[in-house]
Ligand binder design. Structure first.
Ligand SMILES: Cc1cc2nc3c(=O)[nH]c(=O)nc-3n(C[C@H](O)[C@H](O)[C@H](O)COP(=O)(O)O)c2cc1C
Length: 213
């Protein structure tokens, strides 16, 4: 078996030419997300979200992108979870879309804010009933004595809402990450990768630069 720690993948010749990058980085992101989807990247909307705690210590986890609009990148979670509490106290956030299979990554830095309650209600209503029940049963990121206890809570919640719609829990909803930096990384041969970075200008537009690999 080959040693995964000594692998050297050749990232190939697909370039990210300046002339081909769209002026609006959110539009460029949509294009790359479509490419990742067409290339059968597994869960192309999975993104690694980093937050920081009160001591400045960072932590990361995967969440799923559920919408992109002019404001930014939306995902849904429990507001009382570790990430939820950290973002409510300090909105600084970073995202990584790790599309290894196509030798690309997109990096985002930005500011998180909760979405309107009506939007969270709307999205919660589209979730499978099992996920809705789970959102009530799980106090995300809190310790629990056993799996059995969690499953018992699920049974109790199922009984509570039997025959009726499951309402959105008060502490469950969306965040939008409003980006101030978006970087597109395209792997190239001999580690001479292409990096095109957009930084939000004071005018509200985007400044664009090429970074050394
Ligand atoms: C592929 C994948 C997708 C995930 N999507 C979400 C998501 O959209 N929302 C969420 O709250 N957790 C999601 N999770 C679970 C989180 O990674 C994490 O375990 C959970 O949110 C608790 O994080 P926290 O304790 O840091 O707040 C996902 C995990 C994986 C592996």
């Amino acid at each position: 078996m080959s040693d995964p720690l000594s692998q050297h993948t050749d990232y190939g010749q697909l370039p990210l030419n300046d002339a081909d990058v769209l002026d609006d980085p959110l539009e460029q992101f949509r294009l790359w997300l479509a490419n990742a989807t067409d290339s059968h990247v597994s869960e192309p909307n999975a993104m690694v979200l980093s937050t920081v705690d009160a001591e400045g210590s960072p932590s990361s986890r995967t969440v799923l992108l559920r919408a992109i609009d002019t404001a930014g990148f939306e995902f849904f979670t429990n507001y009382s979870s570790i990430k939820g509490r950290e973002l409510l106290a300090n909105p600084a956030a970073a995202l990584v879309f790790p599309w290894y299979a196509i030798h690309r990554q997109v990096l985002v830095q930005g500011t998180a804010r909760p979405v309107a309650a009506a939007l969270s209600d709307q999205y919660f209503a589209t979730r499978p009933r099992g996920s809705q029940i789970a959102a009530h049963a799980s106090e995300q990121s809190q310790p629990i004595a056993s799996r059995a206890l969690l499953e018992q809570r699920v049974t109790e919640i199922e009984e509570e809402f039997e025959g009726s719609d499951v309402p959105r829990p008060d502490d469950w909803g969306g965040f939008v990450i409003e980006p101030h930096t978006i970087e597109f990384w395209q792997g190239r041969s001999s580690r001479l990768h292409d990096r095109v970075r957009f930084v939000r200008a004071a005018s509200g537009g985007w400044e664009r630069m090429r970074l050394q690999p």
